[in-house]
Structure formats: structure tokens, C-alpha cells
Ligand binder design. Sequence first.
Ligand SMILES: Cc1cc2nc3c(=O)[nH]c(=O)nc-3n(C[C@H](O)[C@H](O)[C@H](O)COP(=O)(O)O)c2cc1C
Length: 174
Amino acid sequence: MANIYLPYGTTEGQTAKIAEYISDVVRAHGHSADAADIKQAGDSIPNGYDAVIVGASVHMGKHEDYVRDFVRKNSAALGRLPSALFSVSLAAHGDAENAESYVEKFEAETGWRPAQVGLFGGALLYTQYGFLKRHVMKKIASDKGTLDTDTSHDYVYTEWDGVRRFAEDFLNRL
Ligand SMILES: Cc1cc2nc3c(=O)[nH]c(=O)nc-3n(C[C@H](O)[C@H](O)[C@H](O)COP(=O)(O)O)c2cc1C
């Protein structure tokens, strides 16, 4: 049985949901998992874990700075233990090239080249954004053409089957 740590960064909560979902998949396979918001859990990987899956979301073209700092600080452990990254963005829904470029930038900034990377669609939470954010996000969505623009609804583009496969692939590699 493996003990897996899932530190993540999240701004509006979708990456947290995905980390919890991966934890559920891991547990369903008889392993143990702890998802932890880096903002609360701190910037170290606690002792006793056999593998690490880091999650982060993209805003204004980049992942959270504190996740970048977490990865830099823990580069020795991430190099030693089986590890993976999952990146949450709207680009991952229909604009794979951009979604990959965010990860390339993150890898260049951290020096960490995870053996496995998951690119997952995020959420457009129009009803939870303030006026300005809603306006900006609607403009971005309408420019993209692949995203919804009715601001009276929220939209989740995460493909949960893909998240499950990512988790199972990770377990198979352990
Ligand atoms: C202000 C703002 C800026 C964003 N910028 C980008 C972006 O540059 N590229 C992108 O692909 N997605 C972008 N997104 C979409 C987020 O990645 C998506 O909403 C994701 O679900 C956020 O995950 P989180 O809730 O875990 O923070 C942006 C979202 C917001 C609200």
C-alpha cells in the first residue's frame, strides 16, 4: 500500500476538487492519500509519503507563484519520489497547445520535469465572480469560441474520466 501526498494550489476551488477526486480514486485502489492546500498545509512535504502529485491552476497565463515556490523548495524530494503534476486551466479545454505552454513555463521556472503531467479543464464560475472578473472572463470565453458565455450559469469543463485515468496511470507506475 502506498501513501500519496497531493499538495495543490487553487484560487477558485476547482483544483481542490480535482485533488480530492484523485484522492478518492487512490483510496478506491487500496492506497492512502492526503490532499492538502499548500496555503494552509505549508511548504514542506511531510515525512512518511511514498509518492507526490502536485496540482496547480492557471491565472493570467501562469500557475500560482506559491506552487512554483513549493516545487523549488521540495525539488530533492520530488526528484527522489515518484511524482506527477496536474495543471488546471481553461486552455486544457480545446487549446492543448496553450495548456502545454503553461506547463513548459512552470517546468522552466522550477527545474522540475515531472515524469507524468495531466492537463485538466477548469471551471468558469460566472455567478461567483465579481462584476469585473465576470466581464473579463466572458470576453476571454467569447474570443476563444470553445467556452460558454451565458454569465447566468457556471460551467465545469473538467473531464472526470480523464482525471481518473491519470490517477490510475500514476498508480500503475508505482
Ligand atoms: C481571473 C482569471 C484568469 C484566468 N486566466 C487563465 C489563463 O490565462 N489561461 C487559462 O487557460 N485559464 C485561465 N483561467 C481559468 C482558470 O484556470 C480556471 O477557472 C480554473 O478552474 C481555476 O482553478 P482553481 O479554481 O483551482 O483556481 C483564469 C480564470 C480566472 C478567474
